[in-house]
Design a protein around this ligand. Structure first.
Ligand code: UD1
Length: 430
């Protein structure tokens, strides 16, 4: 099994390039089958979740051609099946974006019902409510969500909770519906806006993405486009935390600083210095970190996908910090792992009470999910001695070349698979 071996203690210094946003790319790739013409998509991150979605798309007849590591051509004219099997959904929930895309294009789709996952139960009632609102019939049959409509007709759809996936799915289902759809209480995340921009570049008529009311006027059909995915807000935020926690100085390039504002604000509050330019942020951490309070919220609030990483930084900050997780109930699973490295964190319900310690010590830990896995890696970068992070398959779902990018910044990190690799790493680490 592949692991990361990390020898902590080096301040990370230098420049790092951020890749395309995984969560935006997943939505955009799924939506690209909605035209029969060939769509070119650039800045797609080379990560596992994307590979699985592309396989799911190929399984129904989409033609996927890789132009280079980050560029794909997609053609959806040969789609011959409207059913996405369980295998894909088990590997990656976002395969359910094909539900909205296929329903929108063919007025019919069947996708395996996603189960819970390791960050908590994740209902899809709002997606279903939206499809029904457009006139589709939705049934659960043999573990599949089966949806069909004679006609999709625009409607007023009020989301009971702010949901990224629900907003994306309903947006895709409604772009070719008759008349106007209004999604109220819509998610405002950058990837919702990116999908709307992408669909508009294919001829859709979507206004208001990025606010909580999205207005979609149905069009007859969509056409080809060329489009580049936005930079990954969470990958950038993770490197910002790595700078903070290692007392480093990292310039994070190819970002949209506006998307990072909630993270930037918290880093300034805990004692980092931040310099912003048009498409880069520099994080300098030269003073002892201070405690703070965090509550995860939908965008533009502090992202739940950054909660484990900032908690790792707060574990080394002076004083007691309170972190409240308000989006997913099971997102503190990494706390027991971090405790093995010396963190002092108590979890009560959806709140973590973090008492700063003077340092972490290296230990063997397991990545419980994607973002928590990344958080444990950055904890290892600041720890005394060697840390082994297991189950890095989770991290590789969403971070391209994570170890290589960290190494370029001066981290001592290697991917190891055998005991021999590990002994070699320990011997060479200084
Ligand atoms: C997306 C992101 C994920 C991020 C999350 C919140 C992708 C592929 N994933 O996940 O990385 O952590 O947004 O920013 O983009 N809910 C319902 N009913 C629904 C749908 C959601 O009650 O029908 C609840 C969820 O349980 C959760 C909250 O709404 O408490 C937000 O979930 P949602 O925004 O839908 O998250 P995802 O789209 O699954």
């Amino acid at each position: 099994m592949e692991q990361y071996a990390i020898k902590g203690g080096n301040p990370l210094v230098g420049e790092v390039e951020i890749g395309g946003a995984k969560n935006a790319a997943l939505a955009i790739l799924a939506a690209s089958i909605m035209t029969d013409e060939t769509v070119l998509i650039e800045n797609v991150p080379d990560v596992r979740d994307i590979h699985v979605l592309l396989q799911a798309m190929e399984s129904i007849g989409a033609i996927v051609s890789k132009v280079d590591r980050h560029t794909y051509k997609i053609n959806g004219s040969q789609i011959s099946s409207l059913t996405i099997e369980d295998d894909y959904i088990k590997k990656i929930r976002a395969s359910y974006y094909l539900l909205g895309a296929l329903l929108g294009k063919y007025k019919e789709a069947a996708v395996a019902l996603p189960g819970g996952c390791n960050i908590g139960s994740r209902p899809i009632d709002q997606h279903i409510k939206g499809f029904k609102g457009l006139g589709a019939n939705v049934k659960i049959e043999h573990g599949l969500i089966v949806t069909r409509a004679d006609e999709l007709i625009g409607n007023h759809i009020y989301m009971d909770v702010v949901t990224v996936g629900g907003t994306i799915n309903v947006m895709m289902a409604s772009v070719m519906a008759q008349g106007q759809t209004i999604i109220e209480n819509a998610a405002k995340e950058p990837h919702v806006v990116d999908l709307a921009n992408f669909l508009n570049s294919m001829g859709a008529n979507i206004k208001g993405a990025g606010t909580d009311v999205i207005r979609i006027k149905g069009v007859d059909k969509l056409h080809k486009t060329e489009y580049a995915v936005i930079p990954d807000q969470i990958e950038a935020g993770t490197f910002m935390m790595a700078a903070a926690i290692t007392k480093g100085d990292i310039t994070i390039k190819n970002v949209i600083p506006k998307h990072l504002e909630s993270i930037t604000a918290k880093l300034i509050e805990i004692g980092c210095e931040i310099e912003e330019s048009d498409d880069a942020v520099r994080v300098v951490s030269s003073k002892p970190l201070q405690h703070t309070q965090i509550k995860t919220l939908p965008y533009p609030g502090f992202p739940t996908d950054m909660q484990p990483q900032i908690s790792v930084a707060l574990g080394l900050s002076q004083g007691t910090s309170i972190v409240t997780e308000s989006i997913f109930e099971n997102r503190f699973k990494y706390v027991d792992e971090l405790a093995r490295m010396g963190a002092d964190i108590k979890v009560e319900g959806n709140t973590a009470i973090i008492t700063g310690v003077s340092g972490y010590t290296g230990a063997s830990v397991s990545a419980p999910d994607l973002r928590a896995g990344a958080a444990l890696v950055i904890a290892g970068l600041a720890a005394e001695g060697v840390t082994i992070v297991d189950d890095i398959k989770y991290i590789e779902r969403g971070y391209e070349d994570f170890n290589l990018k960290l190494k370029k910044l001066g981290a001592q990190i290697e991917k190891v698979t055998t005991e021999r690799d590990y002994r070699k790493f320990k011997f060479q680490a200084v």
